[in-house]
Design a protein around this ligand. Structure first.
Ligand code: SF4
Length: 350
């Protein structure tokens, strides 16, 4: 069946034309689904009854079933969503001051197997389709709307490596940012990568969103351990791709760095990090390690993190020490997929 969630308004108009439906109806349907969050064709009162019935029999407006919702002490919300073929994914809403950030998943599981990450333990079950990515944002928007709030930012930092699913992530970004669909500003969307170097220019050429790079180490020796993808694309090639990445105006590349006790949290590491990012419009986020049942790494001591941040700040590298959000409901970075053992065994297609 066709899915409205996989089309920009222009693409929808084209598909309608092919099916003998007046193309201008696409704008109306997109307005209902993306603008007002109305999914039932029956409720689209400016469409004639026979057209509503025709659309209902040939088009879908949903891709995911809500399965549950967990709310953390700090306000973080984790949505548990089910795909039509029985796969389970997690989408997180992070609440920070006035920001409401939707953390989107791009794959079920992940092939990259970073040892501190629960999602990586699952292996890759499959890529999410465009409509499944878009629907996560629509469902998060509904949850926020019920509280009188709305999403202000979006990060592709949930389950999976988005740059290994650009075939679906780029069309989803086009729909999310299209003025006739979700109309989200590209400058408020961050796509995170563990360093899939050949795909970075592909993303940059397709759409000017912000980029976050999970760096986590300053030597190839340590990064090979923490982000095994480094064995294929070492730090030097990753930073070269960062230098060439077309940033949005006033944009910076966020370098995500998780200080781990006695592994990458020394002042020597901080000094090397300053050298590595020199010449790049960079922002370093120091993210506390979130423990999960499958990881043996320990969080760096706060005084070491402060010292690390101090080295960066003195070198005028913008740095933020992040608080962990949602760790009591396993919704924090690296914890998605850890909460639900059946997730690993979920029967999914493709
Ligand atoms: S940290 Fe990201 S890239 Fe690494 S295994 Fe987890 S989801 Fe995949």
């Amino acid at each position: 069946m066709n899915s409205v969630l996989e089309c920009t308004p222009e693409e929808l108009a084209e598909r309608f034309r092919e099916q003998g439906i007046e193309p201008f109806r696409a704008r109306q349907v997109a307005g209902w689904v993306f603008g007002r969050g109305v999914r039932a064709f029956e409720a689209m009162t400016d469409l004639a009854q026979p057209l509503r019935a025709e659309l209902a029999s040939g088009w879908r407006t949903t891709a995911l079933e809500p399965e549950g919702e967990l709310r953390s002490r700090d306000g973080t919300t984790k949505l548990l969503l089910r795909t039509e073929d029985g796969g389970r994914i997690e989408t997180v809403i992070i609440q920070e001051d006035r920001r409401r950030t939707v953390c989107v998943s791009s794959q079920i599981g992940c092939s990259l197997d970073c040892p501190f990450c629960a999602t990586g333990r699952l292996g890759l079950l499959r890529n999410l389709r465009t409509g499944e990515i878009v629907d996560q944002v629509l469902q998060a928007r509904d949850v926020l709307a019920a509280r009188g709030e709305h999403p202000t930012h979006m990060v592709f930092m949930g389950m999976g490596e988005p740059l290994l699913n650009l075939r679906h992530v780029i069309p989803a970004l086009r729909i999310l940012t299209h003025p006739g669909a979700l109309a989200f500003s590209p400058g408020r969307i961050t796509v995170s990568t563990a360093g899939v170097v050949p795909q970075m220019p592909v993303l940059g050429r397709a759409i000017r969103v912000r980029l976050a790079v999970s760096l986590h180490a300053t030597t190839d020796e340590v990064r090979d351990r923490l982000v095994p993808l480094n064995q294929r694309f070492p730090i030097a090639s990753l930073l070269e791709a960062c230098r060439a990445y077309p940033l949005p105006p006033r944009g910076r590349i966020s370098f995500e760095y998780t200080p781990i006790r006695d592994l990458n949290d020394s002042t020597e590491d901080a000094t090397r990090l300053v050298r590595l990012v020199s010449g790049i419009r960079a922002h370093v986020n120091l993210i506390p390690l979130n423990e999960h049942p499958a990881s043996s790494f320990e969080r760096a001591k706060p005084e070491r993190v402060d010292r690390f941040a101090g080295v960066l700040a003195r070198a005028r590298v913008p740095v933020t020490v992040r608080q962990s959000r949602g760790d009591d409901i396993l919704a924090a970075c690296g914890q998605l997929g850890a909460s639900d053992p059946p997730l690993a065994a979920a029967a999914v297609g493709r």
